[in-house]
Design a binder for this molecule. Structure first.
Ligand SMILES: Nc1ncnc2c1ncn2[C@@H]1O[C@H](COP(=O)(O)OP(=O)(O)OP(=O)(O)O)[C@@H](O)[C@H]1O
Ligand SMILES: [Mg+2]
Length: 332
């Protein structure tokens, strides 16, 4: 697992979308860090701000309407939020790379996949085109594409979804990044291919000793791939700890509800987080006090009024905004 060397350090990050209907507080004071060789899974219901967090780290939030309004994002100690756009461009696809759910939207349909991997290599290495092409075929081989020299001349639509995602991973890894962000990388794929792609990401992570931020809805994936888990609710992290702590000993009532909603303990990959009771909060106007209180069976008058802070719950590495889901009474 981790070497203790912090690769990504996010502090009090806030990203809002200024829409005609009002200000959507998609990310509202999020902090986490990821060490070399460690996978942090960011989990939570649809719309809680997972992608907005990832896009903020990469400075890819569409603006307008989005804006990073405060916080700090340090990659290897370097503050990304104060870099110029040109400097940030060399970070993207360089020290930090991101893969998305649907590779078809990220691959350019009019170029062969080989040409796109060559471009990714040439953007970050002083290689000539012939050398870059050799490297591209090596990379395609490494990500498990059979007959890579032939496949390199294919256009994205000629490949299956799983093969396209492998091409995206090859492009992301072209510059041997220190940080890989994978936003639901396997959601569009069938279960067998999902498992292969996750295995691929984890073997490449080991080889490159990358920090990985893995965004997922899928508890099977969390169990399979995560070293640490951060649970997000309504723009905030409500619980964070080692995978064992969070999965086996959840403290926050929301984490508990998510885990209880998965039918079996060792949920296989493909087990989606089923919805829990009550509506997800409106981020235009989040509830006062604890944001989860309208859906929490244990909420008291205090929870409606005071917003709880993250605090240690049991160990130094396990923090939560409330411990009422762990059998302890919430008492702040
Ligand atoms: N371009 C945008 N304009 C306005 N609001 C946006 C925009 N992008 C995201 N949002 C809002 O920000 C909030 C967080 O969205 P985000 O995409 O980060 O959720 P998510 O956790 O990734 O959900 P999912 O699991 O469905 O991918 C949502 O309320 C969403 O409607
Ligand atoms: Mg998302």
């Amino acid at each position: 697992m981790g070497s203790g060397e912090c690769v990504l350090d996010v502090r009090d990050l806030a990203t809002y979308f200024f829409t005609p209907r009002g200000c959507v507080r998609a990310v509202d004071g999020v902090s986490f860090s990821i060490e070399r060789g460690v996978t942090l899974a960011l989990v939570g219901e649809s719309g809680c701000g997972k992608s907005a967090t990832a896009l903020s780290v990469m400075r890819l939030v569409p603006s307008p309407p989005g804006l990073i309004v405060r916080g700090s994002v340090k990659l290897d100690g370097r503050e990304l939020l104060s870099l110029s756009e040109a400097e940030m461009c060399s970070v993207r696809g360089g020290d930090a790379a991101m893969i998305f759910q649907e590779p078809m939207t990220s691959l350019n349909p009019v170029y062969t996949v080989g040409a796109q991997v060559v471009e990714a290599i040439m953007a970050h290495h002083a290689a000539d085109r012939r050398k870059a092409r050799e490297l591209a075929i090596e990379l395609l081989h490494k990500v498990g594409i059979p007959s890579p020299a032939q496949r390199a001349s294919d256009y994205p639509h000629q490949l299956s979804g799983g093969m396209r995602q492998r091409v995206m991973i090859a492009m992301a890894l072209a510059a041997r990044p220190k940080l890989l962000i994978a936003d639901e990388p396997t959601t569009a794929l069938d279960v067998t291919v999902q498992a292969q792609i996750l295995d691929l990401i984890s073997s490449l992570q080991e080889e490159l000793n990358m920090a990985v931020l893995l965004i997922t809805h899928d508890f099977g994936i969390v169990r399979q791939a995560a070293d640490r888990v951060a649970v997000m609710y309504a723009g905030q992290i409500v619980e964070q700890g080692s995978a064992g702590e969070v999965l086996n000993s959840p403290k926050h009532p929301y984490t508990r509800a998510l885990i209880d909603s998965v039918p079996v303990v060792d949920a296989p990959s493909g087990t989606r987080l089923v919805s829990i009771d009550g509506a997800a909060p409106n981020l235009l106007d989040p509830p006062a006090g604890c944001r989860f209180h309208p859906r929490c069976s244990r909420a008291s008058a205090r929870c409606r009024e005071f917003e709880p802070e993250l605090a240690a719950v049991g160990s130094d590495t396990h923090i939560a905004r409330c411990a009422a889901g762990g059998g302890l009474r919430y008492d702040c």
